[in-house]
Design a protein around this ligand. Sequence first.
Ligand code: NAP
Length: 452
Amino acid sequence: MSQFRVAIVGAGPSGFYAADHLLKAHAENIQIDLFDRLPTPFGLVRYGVAPDHPKIKSVTKLYTRTAKKPEVRFFGNVNIGTDLSRADLEAHYHAVIYTTGAQTDRMLNIPGIDLAGSYAATEFVAWYNGHPDYRDRVFDLSVEHAYVIGVGNVALDVARILLRSQENLHKTDIAQHALDALAKSNVKHVTLVGRRGAAQAAFSFAELKELGALEDADFIIDPADLQLDPVSQALVEKNKKSRQKYELMVEFSKREPTGKPKTLSLKFLRSPAALEGDANGKLTSIVLERNDLIEAPDGRLRARSTGYTRTYPAGLLLRSIGYRGVPIPDIPFDDKYGVLPNVAGRVGSAYAPVLGHYTAGWIKRGPSGVIGTNKPDAGETVKMLNADLAEGKHLSPTQTDIAALLDSRNVHYIDWDAWERLDAAELAAGEAQDRPRIKATTIADMLRQATA
Ligand code: NAP
């Protein structure tokens, strides 16, 4: 083959890591085209990572280095499924890697979940990060009591953003519309609800520590919520990470309130049983059910309802119980787990792999791990691809230039130079207002600034 051509669908962390692994394995004669449905690269780093976590975002410097390699081209604002089909990709590339992430949320099926005031945390995250699909969402922040269901890192992110001072948020690249809306927020009390116990909390130590240091909010945790059953006690003793988090929670539980204007509460062993609303369909309260823990056959502790419930006032609810992948047209999809069925990154089953199609990241394994977890994950996928290639198992493209096809369809794609113009415009707009960046949040604005 004169040139090995690979399409990567999704320019988030996994897409860049996959490109990087490919470049290392194929020093020459490779062409990597990185597609994204948005004009902007970086996926979850731009639209998922919390704005007050700039250090995590600095990983984009590494991705930029990859994007600027002569073997790599970026095609932003190209939607696979509408602008290009699977057949188009197969006609142009020897292999395709899907790294589309997890773009929606897991559903929480309880009565009242559709009341006004009840939202998915994933949408709130995308809104405050300026994702064009979510910029027009309206979150009613006129209420005092907010509940966040789930105790993973996303739950902690949204709780922090709800409680951060304006002064602090102003220093971040949070979308301007969110900064303005949060300036008028009346939310004073945020409660995080974990269905299992303190020993099973999914959040990380650093994120927990940050919550305990919020400038405007006292951290409240009832010591009774920290009592452990023998299995959880053994877990905390054995597992260093669980122990560190648990000890910090114990420390927090001994704190006296300092009179800060807001509170952040953490409750464990409770599940939302129902949401209640007023005559206008607006959320007014949440019914929390107490749980105990039972050991499942796999040794994992699961929450079981005790039947005991209590109702609390709540005007805002964010369900933060995990992201979920969405299907890609003409590619098999595992609806149960919200991923592409795959074996170590080869799309399909062990008996019926889909020739030439691979996957990496959250759409491959589900929404777990931190950004860096995607590097070895993409490495595994590229290893499979290389092994197949060595055996002559690849697609047989007949065309070489996807740009010509996109031009013929009048697709206004954004290349890396155009993205860099948009990036520079956002940074300049930020500098003028003493902020790190002012994000463009509509596709039209992005295209205008990228092509100016
Ligand atoms: P996650 O870590 O999987 O947490 C999901 C939470 O939802 C868990 O507390 C889980 O409880 C709970 N949950 C699931 N189903 C539920 C139900 N039906 N009812 C009540 N609670 C339910 O997911 P995430 O917070 O969305 O984060 C996704 C990934 O991104 C994680 O790996 C996370 O660490 C990572 N992330 C990292 C950072 C960072 O490094 N700063 C920031 C954001 C996200 P159970 O444990 O009982 O299932």
